[in-house]
Design a protein around this ligand. Sequence first.
Ligand SMILES: [Zn+2]
Length: 276
Amino acid sequence: MTLPGVPESFYWMQSPCGPVLKCRPLEWVADHVFTTRELQLSSADEWRRVGDFLGVAAVVTSNQVHGRDVATSRRGLPRALVRQDADVLVSDDPDVAIAVRAADCVPLLVADSSTGAVAAVHAGWRGTAAGAAAAGVQALRRAFGAKPEHLVAAIGPSIGPCCYEVGSDLVDAFAAAGYARHVIQRWFASRPPRRDAARRGLQPQARTSLRLDVAGANRDQLMLEGVPEGKIYACGLCAAMHLDVLTSYRAEKEKAGRLAAVIRARADSRQTPPAI
Ligand SMILES: [Zn+2]
């Protein structure tokens, strides 16, 4: 297995959970990890290994429903035993880690360098249209007083625009959600017409296809919420193109596993992080 190349802001490491991906600038603020397909996430024991690796007794997850609802873990408060329906988790509790799972959808981790509070966001196209990433930033502001300019974000592996052909119904869904036309155009790129389209008798509208840059859309949403562009790091990996390491629902259907994005709030909120 060859681990795919990543930008300098990311690195691979071997762990008891298999190879994992980490983001250097995010690491200055909060311990975190993006897992790979070697960790099946099908048993409590595997989640325990993730928790052990991050030094916590519990990893908080949610029922992901492709929305923008938020589940909050607070330091010193007893945790709810029932898993909530939520695609955004926020926490200032260093005794737990929070996690989202994804196969093609964007796993997004955010940490506040000032307070140490963290967010984990799961955003496929539905969650992206719903503004899950924006909901994560807003929840960090509301729950923990985070300022967007102090946030650092890492975007993990998801399906890339190279492999994510979509229909125009998705454009309509983003328009209905209120996004400006020029923003939508940025997120949906048109693929050139197939060379054999005319010969195959395809109608003009079927000759071009749309591709959604779902990671780019989430980066833009963070920026629209005030997170500085220079503090948003994307690993740039397309899950469908690295199936030996990652996993993709589009490529593998029901055989696809899940990747986890896991992050833990810093224990000492008064600590001054190094400049990044
Ligand atoms: Zn791809």
